[in-house]
Every structure is written in C-alpha cells, then in structure tokens.
Design a protein around this ligand. Sequence first.
Ligand SMILES: [Zn+2]
Ligand SMILES: [Zn+2]
Length: 420
Amino acid sequence: MTITIHRGTKQIGGCVTEYEHDGWHLFVDYGEELPGGPKSGDLEVEGLTHGDLSKSALLITHYHGDHIGCITKLPKELKIYMGDVARNIQTALSNHLKSVNLLHEEMLERLKLMQTFKEGKAFPIGPFNIMPITADHSAFDAYAFKITADGHSAYHSGDFRMHGFRSSKFPEVIKKFIGKVDCVVCEATNISRPNATSKTESALQRDFKSLFMENKKAHKGTVVYLSSTNIDRLFALYHAALEAKIPFYVDGYQREIMDIIVNSDSIWTKSPLYQYGEYEPKVLIYDKYDKDKFYVSDSFPQFLSDKGYVLVARANKRFDNLLKQIPGEKVKVLSMWDGYVREGTETYNENLARSLGDDYVSHGWHTSGHVDMKDLCEFFNLLHPKAIIPIHTDAPDKFSEAFEKEWPVVLLNDGGFYTL
Ligand SMILES: [Zn+2]
Ligand SMILES: [Zn+2]
C-alpha cells in the first residue's frame, strides 16, 4: 500500500491523502485551503479529479469546509462516502446557506448521491477494508479510519482531540476496533500552539453556567455567538442554561441542527448531553414578510428582559434587530476563534465584528477541536506505528522534533509518498 499526501504536509487546510493498492485509489478528504495560509490552488490528481474513476473512492472525515468544501469540483461519477449524521448536518447547513451562496445548491446535489457509513461497521472498497471510528472533534459525527490492504494497515486520524465530552472512551475504542497499525497519518494542528487546550469542554460548560447565573443576577441577558455546527459546544450551552434555570433561545435553523442530533441513532446520542432536558430549546420564529426580522409580539422583548435569557445568535440583521428590541443590558459572548474579528486579517468577518460590537467577552475559543501534544504521546502508545506522517499542520519540523526520538516520523512534501 502506498500513501501519498497530495496536500497538507505544510498547511492546516485542504488536506488530501491517497491510499493506493493494486490499481485502486482510496482518497481521504477534499476541502478548502484556509484563508491566511499558503495556497496551492486546484489540484490535478489522476483517479480523483480526472482519468479513470472506476477504481476510486473518496472518504470524508467530517463536515468542516477544509475537509469537504471542494467536493463540488470533483467529477460526479466519483463515489463519495461520509458519516450518516454528518451528511444530515451538512444538508441542513447547505440548505440554510444556499440562498446566499450558490455553491451550496451544488453541495446539496452531491450530498444526495453520497453513500454513508457507520461507526464500528467495516466496509470494503476494492482491495481495501475500511473501519470507521468516531473521533471527538468540534464537528459531530467526525471519523478516523483504519485502512487495511494486503496485510498492511494505516490509521488516518482526521481532526480529533482527547479532551472533549466523548474522549474518555477513545482508548477503549482504539483497542477494540483498531489495535496496532503500521502507519499513522496524523493531524498535527496544535504543534505550534502548546496552550491550545487549556480547558476541557466539561470545565467550559461549568464556566458558562456560572456566567449565565451571574448575568441573570445582574439582570443582564446573555447572547452567544458560535459556529452553528459546533454541536458539543451548543449542547453544553443548552444544558448549562437548563441547569441555571434560564430560558434558552435559538432560531429555526439552529433548532433543526439540534433535532438532527437528538433524533439520530448515533451511539453518542444515548448520552444525556445530546438529549433535551425538562425544557426544550425555544425557537424564535422567522417573520414571513421581512427576512431581516423575527416575528415577535409587542410584549416579547420585555418578557425576555424580565425573565432572563441565553440566546444563541448569528451575525445577521435578524438577530441584530431582535437584540436592539430587547430592553436592558446584555452580555455578548464570542465562543469561537477570535481571528474572525481581528481586523486586517484574511479571516476577518465583517458581519460578525459588527454584530458583536466592541463590548464582548471571548469565552471558549481556546478549548480547541484538536489534540494537544501530551495526548498525542498517549495516542501513539496505543497504536504503536512503524511510521507517523504528520498532516494538517503548519509546523511539521516541530512535530518531528517533538516525536522523532521515540517514534519514526516521516516528513513528506506535498505530492510525496510512503510505501508500507
Ligand atoms: Zn475539523
Ligand atoms: Zn481540519
């Protein structure tokens, strides 16, 4: 089996990996390069972007744009696979965004053609056997794969962390479904950010509960801005509000995403974290006649102010208008990477900066979706690979420095390969 890293040896976004054996090509991920990082542009890869596709397939680890974002550029006859719940979430997201971005219409067409897999259920593609296991990440229903062919095996980590809500079972899952492997193709996002995981998701949930209670005591509402598909954070906020006995409000789109999780048959949704408690999230109703407004009765803004609230907002006029209508003070919280509101950078999001204003608190962006270096040591000890290829990283040399004494690290350039 030959492993080629077409992109991602020196950048975080847009990783594309190929596993090749006996004339068959199994690719993993085909997403966008990140703004602000290096760019290699559109790839030309035989068996993926052109040529004979009859012995090719593409696996998608998860729905983040840097992993799935470019699949609309690929020939329609290419077989693409992704997790079942992840596909439903991406479908809701694309439906929500299609009116502002036509690419999402194309994405919806692709999602309809897509095949799905489930955690712990191995499936074959040509000479490959693929075992998908769920990875704890800031995307829900994200996957790692054990890929086996001709007696050789590789573990493709995808994006993952070991400090989230679903991480405690990870070593057990590795032992049960993966065992030892010959090679690990490993994400190394946080290699140059050693403090990226200073807080676990559970600790963050407790902090949010305290913050909500403090705000309520001071007669202030709480408005949180976060990624609509950061499921773990979303449910943490919901349960924190529930425990603090403060009503939790979302819009129809956000409620749809939450319902997908609650109603899914993923093994993870058995956990109370992904279920509704005594009070379900309350839905703000869209105004039928004005797309920039919610339908609110005359007394509703005052009611919110009197009762207290936690409101999950998005940077758009509808939310901006509603917030203007609610009397009393409110605390705005940014619970995602603050690079989006740092002016003068390529990642700057003007709408978000405007909706947030100058007066906001940043909470939880440092609880990363990616594994830290200490946990990687534990992870490698579980898998005992003969080779580790770092990808999804802007600092491969630092990765090598950190691990080469103990493990055989293989540094490749984009387009470079390693044969098992
Ligand atoms: Zn990701
Ligand atoms: Zn990623």
